[in-house]
Design a protein. Structure first.
Lengths: 108, 112
């Protein structure tokens, strides 16, 4: 079993829908990252969180340390949100362990 | 644009060869990380340097080595290349180990 599990693996939705991507982990962590990988391959760091909730524009990330679970929400989804979303947990000070990614497709 | 640069963008080489991938971190960032993304393994952490010193090691093969130079740029050396080494190699940088990491555009390595 992977230390970091994401669900769903693939998600297709219509423009405007509310999107939720989940991440569960089985190890102790110092922080959790959400990354976005564009179709061209580039990776952008969306959030880094160790507790609670963060919001940036239409994106919201939450984490529950006790339940070892995080969610990434996208409100009013748009075709430009189509990408692979990757959850990564930081073990100790440096090492990141990655989930397998969720491929999101938003249709107009 | 993250401010992290990687060269080359694409690299095609043959099995048994040796290649060097280069990364320049964002201005002011002291930490550099190397990651490998292959189709079957996903993203994996390889190694981290902080201000010239190795700080953490992940799933890096013995055939691979890295270093960070005094000007903070880093190089990842891959030798005795195998078909399975074909992957996207990303470099990322951060101010220090616990901060947000900024990813470079990646180097796509194809081993034929």
């Amino acid at each position: 079993k992977n230390e970091v599990e994401q669900s769903p693996q693939n998600l297709t939705a219509q423009e405007g829908e509310f999107i939720t991507i989940n991440c569960s982990y089985s190890v102790g962590i110092s922080a959790l990252h959400w990354l976005q990988q564009h179709p061209g391959g580039g990776i952008v760091s969306l959030f880094m969180l160790s507790s609670g909730k963060k919001k940036h524009g239409r994106l919201i990330a939450t984490i529950n340390i006790q339940e070892k679970h995080s969610s990434l929400h996208i409100t009013a989804s748009h075709p430009r949100d189509s990408a692979v979303y990757i959850c990564a947990v930081r073990k100790g000070a440096q090492k990141l362990v990655f989930g397998q990614g969720t491929r999101l497709t938003i249709n107009p | 644009d993250s401010g992290v640069t990687q060269t080359p963008k694409h690299l095609i080489t043959a099995t048994g060869q040796r290649v060097t991938l280069r990364c320049s971190p964002r201005s002011g960032d002291l930490s550099v990380y190397w990651y490998q993304q292959s189709l079957d393994q996903g993203l994996q952490f390889l190694i981290q340097y902080y201000n010239g010193e190795e700080r953490a090691k992940g799933n890096i093969l013995e055939r691979f080595s890295a270093q960070q130079f005094p000007d903070l740029h880093s190089e990842l050396n891959l030798s005795s290349l195998e078909l399975g080494d074909s992957a996207l190699y990303f470099c990322a940088s951060s101010v220090e180990g616990a901060a947000t990491q900024y990813f470079g555009p990646g180097t796509r390595l194809t081993v034929l």
